[in-house]
Write a protein that binds this ligand. Structure first.
Ligand code: 4AD
Ligand code: MG
Length: 434
């Protein structure tokens, strides 16, 4: 009896024994009395070798019918072989086809355009490069959660359907909501995390967030995953220390746990190994001066756009903090700088190698009156923010937090040209299928 549950990644434990390999054909070639079938099972790839004289006539016949992405169960002996790509091969005894496609698999070895691949995303996820990227994503999320759990944070799941908005009203998805008129899909979990930070001190969340941004850039999705943290009694400086500690931890651990995937993606690990605290910090004012020197036509008060971000992030080997932006261009909840009321205590963190913003963070306005004034100035309905203002009425404390875009971080770590490859099924302004 062959034990069930073999997976390619566990080949070493099975060397010299019989196994039932369940998977899909990724490549097949024959040479007369032999078939070489490369099989994928999600944990890796292995070559299954069929020798005509060692199998039944029926099994050998099946081999000539197998096509790319046929699903099958292959039984045979796992053998160590130093010449094999993964170090192991299977000598086949028997093949049980599960499904042999009637039509040719749409994705072949030849180069396909990005639109074609995006249209076939449901099949594209089976390809080696996508397998590598999505496995790094899975690990990144596991490691992110571990970082917060191991450092005394409590997970707070914040709502997706919300009444009060957290970021600019220009990028809201609305949906009908019974007697309340409209609800909005969450742009951030932050406001709710702030309430929870006054309950637990240190909290985090990780969930989908939505932005109806009309941006068609390599950095924008309409649905993306955000990792957010909020800490009571942290000021903006301490908040930046937390961010550099977390980002360094994530990068260090991903290099270790995804060596194979990053190797497949040909990621330059030297660049990632430099990601250790402290990260450089420059003020918004200094960033504007730096951009002027690089011939950008920018003035104090302008937002730092995509091209400017790229240029700034190419100037540093490590992620760089840009802190204390003009109030005008940042969200209503940020705390004004007590030394200069034109600016707010906040930061963006730009990833190097041209990747740009991966984190937005700030110290929050903890003063009832000035926060209410800002809510009114923004034209928001203060009635919907009663609960948020309550946090400032009952035991208000200085507090800070940040949000990190998982896809942007992953795009940088894997050095992807676009965030669309950094999420299993991307949602873009021009894509809702598949
Ligand atoms: O800078 P943002 O808008 O900050 C917030 O939402 C804060 N409320 C977070 C907080 O303080 N708790 O977004 C945070 C991060 C960005 O730095 C970026 O990495 C990512 O979310 N992000 C996007 N990623 C992909 N597509 C988009 N359209 C994104 N918008 C923001
Ligand atoms: Mg931002």
């Amino acid at each position: 009896m062959i034990k069930d549950g073999f997976r390619i990644a566990d080949s070493a434990d099975y060397a010299g024994t019989e196994a039932a390999l369940k998977g899909w054909v990724s490549h097949i070639r024959s040479s007369g009395s032999l078939f070489f079938i490369e099989v994928r099972d999600g944990t890796g790839f292995i070559q299954a070798v069929v020798v005509k004289s060692e199998v039944s006539e029926q099994t050998f016949e099946i081999c000539s019918k197998l096509t790319i992405e046929s699903s099958l169960i292959v039984r045979g002996m796992i053998r160590e072989d130093s010449r094999a790509p993964g170090g192991f091969e299977m000598s086949v005894h028997d093949i049980e086809p599960v499904n042999i496609p009637e039509e040719e698999y749409p994705i072949s070895k030849k180069a396909h355009g990005i639109d074609f691949l995006m249209e076939h995303r449901h099949l594209w996820v089976r390809s080696r490069r996508q397998l590598a990227i999505l496995r790094v994503r899975s690990e990144l999320i596991r490691i992110s959660r571990a970082y917060f759990h191991d450092n005394g944070y409590v997970l707070i799941d914040t709502p997706i359907l919300t009444g009060s908005i957290g970021e600019s009203s220009g990028s809201l998805f609305e949906t009908e909501y019974f007697d309340f008129g409209n609800a909005f899909l969450a742009q951030t979990g932050q406001l709710y995390l702030e309430a929870a930070a006054s309950a637990f001190g240190k909290v985090f969340c990780l969930g989908p967030t939505f932005r109806a941004e009309k941006s068609k850039t390599r950095r924008h999705l309409t649905e993306f995953w955000m990792l957010e943290a909020e800490v009571a009694f942290y000021d903006s400086d301490r908040n930046m220390e937390l961010q550099e500690d977390m980002v360094s931890y994530l990068v260090r651990n991903i290099i270790e746990s995804c060596e194979r995937e990053l190797g497949y993606l040909e990621r330059d690990l030297d660049a990632l190994q430099k990601i250790i605290p402290p990260f450089p910090r420059i003020s918004y004012g200094e960033a504007i001066e730096l951009l002027k020197k690089k011939d950008f036509r920018v003035r104090w008060g302008d937002d730092i756009g995509g091209d400017e971000e790229t240029a700034l992030s190419q100037s540093f080997e490590k992620p760089v903090f840009i802190y204390n932006y003009p109030m005008e261009i940042k969200a209503f909840y940020m705390k004004p700088d007590p030394r200069d009321s034109r600016i707010v205590l906040c930061n963006d963190l730009l990833a190097p190698e041209g990747y740009g913003e991966i984190i937005g963070g700030s110290q929050r306005n903890d003063d009832y009156d000035s926060l209410l004034a800002r809510i009114n100035e923004e034209g928001l309905n203060s009635d919907l923010y009663r609960w948020y203002l309550d946090i400032r009425r009952y035991g208000s404390v200085p507090h800070s937090g940040f949000g990190l875009g998982i896809e942007r971080l992953l795009a940088w770590i894997c050095r992807l040209p676009h965030v669309r490859e950094a999420i299993p099924f991307p949602r873009l302004i021009n894509r809702l299928y598949p």
